[in-house]
Design a protein. Structure first.
Lengths: 271, 266, 309
């Protein structure tokens, strides 16, 4: 476990008083209500909560990926390396997305373009951000596929997403997110759509990657079993608010908030 | 939503015009008066007269009767054959289903206007042949839609439950399948009517449709075309009526589609 | 994959055979025969005509001969114009019609894709609403009425373009526009709906999360995937343009196959009607088959043997 000293300059991402609201047929609904948290360099933070708790909205809000037709960020600050992402233009944001912040999503089948070869999808980001030549990008994609544990990367590069299994697709998605050596990886329910055995593999892979590259990961999940194993710090979200924020041991051994207690009691324990 | 109501009111107006139009006018659709030929719209002839001096208003009202009749009759024909064919396919064994749909597929591949033209050439012009030809070619779309919906519904739990309780086939058909498919069927019929109206106009424009002295919008457009330069109203009015009627049916069908299918609301 | 296309080819051949058979027996079933009108013909000539068309043979021999000659792509002579064959008519008229149809298709695709894309990107804004109204209009106004209107406005009133005839690009503009209206309306709609659907897909979110620019996302990710379903409609659209050409060529006096077909109907030139119907069906069905092949090739999920979910 990494120690987490609380120096300000060690903070990679700091979210302050974030409010996100969505437009619905019944008017404006606040999905995220005034939350604040920070992520240190090399730290794994988990955001847990049941569906509808607003945890995925946080993930999308950080990279400003909430479509304007669906919702808006009402207030707050999202400081990434001391710069407020809410003040950035779309062009500037494009320079940060994929480049400094990588993301993977829930369903690896739908989150990959079905008609584009895997290699091309991995190379796309690096070609844009690092101005790589096609050949360089391809070599890099090969290394990436190897790093995320895909056998025969040479062959896989020219395949289409539907030719891979669910677990392999998520590995490809991870390779895509890592293509530009981001400092922060946001994983939005990366294991929910996968089989249990594959879930464990993906989490193990995330851990391995995190150690190797010393990046920070925000893992969004409803699975407290994964959280216990993976994260150093846990944020519990309920109805758009962070009801508890604690280091993982503290949360498991002495949950403070009644909602956290309820969540924990609903997890089947093996021990 | 507003557009749907607008379309519906236009259709009511056109229907009223079809029913009462001929009664409002003191002329008949066949009465010729060569001394008054090609006269522009006036108090006497509200929409002008044609090359034989016949009153365009009365003829257009008769055209409305014919167009609406052709549209609704062939829409109903499609409905009957399509629902039967699609329903039988969906409710019988996979083998029969496959056979029936293969036949439909092959017939569907044949461009329908060609078939209609061919049938009209053989059967001769006239109102009844048009309706027959349109029905013979038009039911396939309906059959496919009905079969698709039925198959989907058949898999649903509530219907599986009824089947397992031993409900009879006709009970399932009339109490479960048809009521649940009604929306789609109505939309499909609404959208086939403008196609039929268009086809009638198209055939009449080619000289295969309704024959003189009967008036159909297509025939009148065909007659008006050579006179376009000097007597534009002779083409303008039938063209306007065809377009507005088709537009209204299309808008109505679209509106109904949105109303029946919550998924399509955007 | 191979099986799929062999199946498609086979069912197309069956469809063409069905059309040939239907045309044959429909023409056979005509009340009386085409010559009875021409009472003036001396019986010897009548007899020789019968001989020429082998009308004295039993129907199954006639049917066999008919199939055989079509297999050799000989669509037979004209009933009305001696020393003229259906093949002649096609050779003369089809290039003209094909050119006009191609121009219309090109117009329709350009116009429809542009308008559909704009509508999708400006969903529910005024651009979208106007595109929607325009496409409903395009679907509702029959091509022959649009043609007459365009002719009246641009050629007669404004005197900007030639009224009719064929040969120059200016002369082809109005007919091509009239033919393109309906397909444009369809393509606009399809493009809009499929593009909106594609833009809501997760992989677009992924592409955005990679920092890809919005224009690149639309071109590389969304448009390609939304074009696929649109391509399947090209067959239907071509059928529309083809049947549209019957009236459009008549209105603009274009010496194409459409006009030849309309004339043969007016003359009750039965063998020409038969031959051209077969020709049109073959052209259309081959085209639809080609489109299917292209679709399979463009969508890797089909090309690699799995149906898209």
């Amino acid at each position: 476990m990494l120690s987490t000293p609380n120096h300000e300059d060690d903070i990679l991402l700091k979210v302050e008083n974030l409010v996100v609201s969505f437009h619905s047929s019944r008017g404006k609904v606040d999905a995220v209500r005034d939350i604040s948290f920070s992520v240190h360099k090399g730290e794994n933070v988990a955001i847990v909560g049941e569906s509808g708790s607003g945890k995925s909205s946080v993930a999308l809000a950080i990279t400003r990926l909430i479509p304007t037709s669906m919702g808006t960020i009402e207030q707050g600050k999202i400081l990434f390396e001391q710069q407020d992402l809410l003040l950035k233009s779309q062009k500037e944001l494009e320079q940060i997305r994929g480049n400094h912040i990588g993301m993977i999503f829930q369903d690896p089948l739908t989150s990959l373009n079905p008609t584009m070869r895997i290699g091309k999808q991995i190379m796309e980001g690096a070609i844009k951000h690092h101005k790589l030549k096609r050949k360089e990008a391809r070599d890099q994609a090969l290394t990436l596929l190897h790093d995320v544990g895909i056998s025969n990367p040479d062959k896989r590069l020219d395949q289409f997403p539907h030719e891979l299994s669910g677990g392999m697709r998520q590995r490809v998605a991870l390779a895509m997110a890592l293509a530009c050596q981001p400092k922060l990886l946001i994983a939005d329910e990366p294991t929910t759509a996968l089989d249990v055995t594959v879930q464990a593999q993906i989490i193990a892979l995330l851990e391995e990657i995190q150690k190797k590259r010393n990046l920070s990961i925000i893992l969004i999940t409803h699975d407290l079993g994964i959280v216990a194993r993976f994260a150093q710090h846990v944020l519990v979200m309920h109805e758009g608010k962070i009801v508890e924020s604690a280091p993982v041991e503290a949360l498991y051994y002495s949950p403070q908030h009644p909602y956290t207690k309820r969540l924990l009691s609903s997890v089947p324990r093996i021990s | 939503m507003k557009l749907t109501w607008f379309a519906a009111s236009l259709l009511i107006l056109i229907t009223l015009f079809a029913i009462f139009g001929p009664l409002l006018s003191s002329h008949s659709y066949y009465e010729t008066n060569l001394s008054l030929k090609n006269s522009p719209p006036s108090q006497e002839f509200w929409f002008g007269t044609d090359e034989l001096g016949r009153d365009m208003f009365t003829r257009l009202a008769w055209g409305a009767r014919i167009s609406l009749f052709v549209g609704i009759a062939s829409g109903c024909g499609d409905l009957v054959i399509g629902v039967l064919w699609g329903g039988i396919a969906a409710l019988s064994t996979p083998k029969i289903d496959n056979l029936l749909m293969r036949i439909a597929d092959i017939l569907y591949a044949i461009p329908y206007l060609l078939t209609v033209i061919l049938l009209m050439v053989v059967m001769g012009s006239g109102l009844f042949p048009i309706i027959l030809a349109l029905t013979l070619t038009g039911w396939i779309g309906m059959a496919r839609i009905v079969r698709g919906e039925f198959l989907q519904l058949k898999e649903q739990d509530c219907i599986l439950a009824t089947i397992s309780l031993g409900a009879s086939r006709s009970r399932i058909l009339f109490h479960h399948l048809i009521p649940n498919t009604l929306g789609t069927i109505i939309v499909t019929v609404t959208l086939t009517i403008p196609v039929a109206i268009f086809s009638e106009a198209f055939l009449s424009f080619l000289g295969l449709g309704v024959q003189a002295p009967m008036a159909s919008w297509g025939t009148m457009a065909n007659d008006g075309l050579p006179a376009l330069r000097y007597y534009p109203w002779r083409l303008f009015f039938p063209a306007l009526f065809i377009s507005i009627t088709m537009l209204s049916f299309n808008l109505l069908g679209e509106g109904l589609h949105h109303a029946f299918d919550p998924k399509s609301r955007r | 994959m191979k099986r799929y296309f062999l199946g498609r080819i086979l069912s197309n051949i069956i469809a063409i055979w069905v059309i040939i058979t239907i045309t044959f027996f429909l023409m056979k079933g005509l009340p009386g025969d085409p010559f009875t009108e021409e009472k003036a013909l001396p019986p010897e000539i009548l007899q020789s005509l019968y001989e020429h068309y082998k009308l004295n043979d039993p129907w199954y021999i006639q049917y066999g001969n008919y199939l055989k000659s079509i297999a050799k792509w000989d669509l037979g002579p004209s009933f009305k114009y001696k020393s003229r064959t259906v093949n002649d008519i096609i050779n003369k008229g089809f290039p003209v019609s094909a050119l006009l149809g191609l121009e219309a298709l090109l117009l329709a695709v350009t116009f429809g894709l542009t308008l559909g894309t704009i509508a999708a990107l400006k969903k529910n804004k005024w651009q979208d609403i106007s595109a929607h109204l325009l496409s409903v209009l395009g679907i509702s106004v029959p091509s022959f009425i649009l043609a007459a209107f365009l002719q009246y406005l641009f050629a007669i009133k404004l005197d900007l373009l030639p009224v009719a005839r064929w040969g120059t690009f200016q002369q082809s503009l109005l007919p091509a526009l009239s033919l393109a209206a309906l397909p444009s309306a369809f393509i606009t709609r399809l493009t809009r709906n499929h593009l909106i659907e594609a833009l809501n897909q997760d992989y677009i979110k992924t592409a955005r999360s990679k920092g890809i620019g919005e224009v690149q996302i639309i071109i590389r990710h969304a448009l390609r995937n939304s074009l696929l379903p649109t391509i399947t409609y090209v067959g239907t659209l071509t059928a529309n343009i083809l049947t549209g050409s019957f009236v459009i060529e008549k209105i603009f006096g274009i010496p194409g196959l459409g006009q030849a077909f309309v004339n043969s109907i007016a003359n009750r030139d039965y063998t020409v009607i038969m031959g051209l119907t077969v020709f049109y069906s073959v052209i259309l069905l081959s085209l639809i088959l080609l489109v299917d092949l292209a679709y399979g090739w463009m969508d890797p999920r089909i090309r690699l043997g799995r149906a898209p979910s």
